[in-house]
Design a protein around this ligand. Structure first.
Ligand code: ASP
Ligand code: MG
Length: 309
């Protein structure tokens, strides 16, 4: 049982303790920032008739309860939109576990886990620009808190976490594609010295198409520098029935499980909103300067894992 021995051997590495201290500080500063800004914290939902269809194919993660098929949460996107309808829930956040049974073609990814946690937020009546400004402040706050409270841990890990003061730059994906081609994200992440935002991706139906510029999308990603890649995805949301239906049909989606969601949209229960979801392990990986995402977790859930425990 060599694998078992190396598992327990790894637990003695001082990095493991540093990651734990940083993880605690990161979660505390993420939640503190949002609570101070008047956000309400929700508990995660783990199973539902609907979940995020995602922008890429994964194996289905479904269970059955009394003959009812229920999907395990791939992201809280629809529950965020629905939660905004509750009284006083204008700004919400959740620390949410997500299950995404990735296929073998990305088994070498340093950035994917089959099970991960997302720091998810949504704001009623907000624009993409407001969501981006919020993320800019949130991420800088977390970096500052870690720099202030986790000096020993960063030293132990051999990591110098840069300080960023200027607003993170915002680029449009079309301009970056014209300059760097389809690999723009990787190229820009490697050469950038600061985190940056990229807007306008064609992806899931729920990211809002720009009403003034059909074919453009009011969505954004946060990309970490030094080659660390994507850290967060977010958007303004589609909330109007006709438009949701059009976008779903464009993607040839099976509408059957979405009956109640579509009916809610038809009856005007979905408010306009913007939000995003930040990968917590990716943030920890960037802060810690680790290259493999499995290195910041005690239990390996990377795509090629043998599920030892
Ligand atoms: N769609 C994002 C995700 O990847 C989350 C969001 O947009 O809020 O989970
Ligand atoms: Mg994404």
């Amino acid at each position: 049982m060599e694998a078992l021995d190396s598992y327990f051997e790894r637990l003695k590495n001082p990095d493991v303790e540093s990651h734990a201290n940083i993880r605690g500080r990161v979660l505390r500063s993420l939640q503190g920032f949002m609570l101070d800004a008047g956000f309400k914290q929700l508990m995660p939902v783990l199973m539902s008739p609907i979940t995020d269809p995602l922008n890429h194919a994964v194996y289905p993660a479904e269970i059955k309860y009394e003959e009812r098929p229920l999907k395990l949460t791939a992201s809280m996107i629809f529950h965020k939109q629905l939660a905004l309808a509750a009284k006083g829930h204008d700004k919400i956040f959740i620390v949410a576990p997500n299950i995404r049974l990735e296929k073998a073609e990305i088994k070498d990814s340093q950035n994917h886990l089959l099970e991960f946690s997302q720091f998810d937020f949504e704001m009623r009546d907000a624009t993409m620009a407001q969501a981006i400004a919020m993320v800019d402040g949130l991420v800088k706050h977390v970096f500052k808190e870690v720099q202030q409270h986790c000096k020993a841990e960063l030293t132990q890990l051999g990591r110098t976490l840069p300080s960023y003061d200027a607003p993170f730059p915002i680029y449009a994906s079309d301009a970056l594609i014209a300059e760097h081609g389809p690999q723009f994200e990787k190229i820009m992440s490697e050469k950038s010295k600061t985190p940056f935002f990229v807007t306008n991706y064609k992806r899931e139906f729920y990211d809002r198409e720009n009403p003034q510029r059909p074919g453009s999308y009011n969505n954004y990603d946060l990309i970490y520098p030094e080659g660390f890649g994507e850290g967060l995805s977010g958007a303004e949301r589609e909330f109007e029935y006709e438009q949701i239906l059009r976008r779903m049909r464009e993607l040839s989606m099976d509408l059957t499980p979405f009956g109640n969601y579509l009916e809610a949209a038809k009856r005007g229960y979905l408010p306009p909103s913007a939000g995003g979801g930040l990968g917590i392990e990716r943030l920890l990986k960037f802060i810690s300067g680790k290259r493999q995402i499995r290195d910041v977790a005690l239990f390996d859930r990377s795509v090629g894992t043998s599920f030892l425990f």
